[in-house]
Ligand binder design. Structure first.
Ligand code: MF3
Ligand code: CO
Ligand code: CO
Length: 308
């Protein structure tokens, strides 16, 4: 039996009581606040009442008019992410951040895309430590040393803008800091692989190479996606090298790149809430996401805050 001050079994070098892979440190489901409401005058996506999106054909190459609307929605998503991130601090619950983000969508005339999307109960995904993605905001206060991903999606002007980032809560250990920085670089390298005429497989190849070079693992079960009038279209963008993805990028295509990178295994488990995805071995993961447009000569990142 390991004692609290013994080095953890996982080889991280941390004391067992502090190590994020020790059972005491693993995340548990918390309690959810009541459903939040959205003012009636805010236009909603088709699934807002039923919980089930209606699958419709949607062109992969967007019209200039849709691209303009995507620019606005994506910029709004980036603004909302910044507002949520500013609220992160030890002691703040993920539900409190959900409340702030919920209001920020409404202030922009937008609907929280995740709210009742396939029954998802909140306006934001908050993925703490070993949660890979789709963590549900609850009454657990963030703790110093946690890492937390906020994934923001807004439905504005009839289209969705989707972006996420991972943040440290106060001071975090060196290993976690490195995980977050390498994951940020993985997204940057994936975006650098975007351009007209290039195969989609170049994106995952660039991401996987960088993760592997840093002895980290790509989570393969969740992928980037086409986005526009629908939250998720049939276009999939893996974050690992998949040579069978020979399809080629064309100007006007819009999709997300959102690598999830693990310190340990890339395998996952889903909690009984049917949403929360955690690493099978309890190791921490990080994620970053942008929505991007393929242009005539490269790529435009749409989910950036305007600084002008
Ligand atoms: N925003 C997530 C993505 O990047 C999807 C969240 S769907 C939800 O694709 F239902 F879990 F909220
Ligand atoms: Co996405
Ligand atoms: Co997202």
């Amino acid at each position: 039996m390991l004692k609290a001050n013994d080095p953890c079994w996982c080889g991280s070098g941390a004391k067992f009581k502090r190590c994020h892979r020790s059972p005491e440190q693993q995340l548990r489901p918390g309690n959810l606040s009541p459903w939040r409401t959205v003012p009636a005058e805010i236009p909603r996506p088709d699934y807002a009442e039923t919980g089930e999106p209606v699958r419709r054909p949607e062109p992969r190459v967007k019209s200039p008019e849709v691209i303009e609307r995507m620019r606005r929605a994506c910029r709004a998503a980036a603004e909302v992410l910044e507002i949520g991130a500013a609220a992160i601090a030890p002691g703040v619950t993920t539900d409190a951040i959900d409340a702030i983000v919920h209001q920020a969508y409404i202030d922009r005339g937008g609907y929280p895309s995740t709210l009742n999307y396939r029954g998802y109960p909140k306006s934001l995904c908050t993925s703490v430590n070993e949660v890979i993605c789709h963590g549900i905001p609850d009454d657990r206060p963030l703790r110093e040393g946690d890492i937390v991903n906020l994934d923001v999606t807004i439905f504005l002007d009839g289209v969705h803008g989707d972006t996420n980032a991972t943040y440290p809560v106060g001071a975090v250990d060196d290993e976690s800091r490195r995980l977050v920085e390498v994951t940020r670089e993985c997204l940057a390298r994936g975006i650098a692989a975007v351009g007209p005429g290039r195969p989609f497989s170049d994106i995952g190849r660039a991401i996987e190479e960088h993760a592997t070079a840093n002895r980290l693992e790509v989570v393969r079960a969740f992928v980037g996606h086409g986005i526009g009038e629908q939250f998720h279209t049939d276009l999939q963008i893996p974050h690992y090298y998949e040579p069978r993805f020979t399809a080629v990028m064309e100007p006007g295509m819009i999709f997300t790149i959102e690598p999830m990178i693990s310190m340990g295994t890339g395998q996952h488990r889903i909690w009984p809430d049917d949403w929360t995805a955690v690493t099978a071995d309890g190791s921490r993961t990080a994620q970053f996401e942008h929505t991007v447009l393929v242009t005539d000569d490269g790529v435009e990142i749409l989910t950036l805050v305007g600084r002008d």
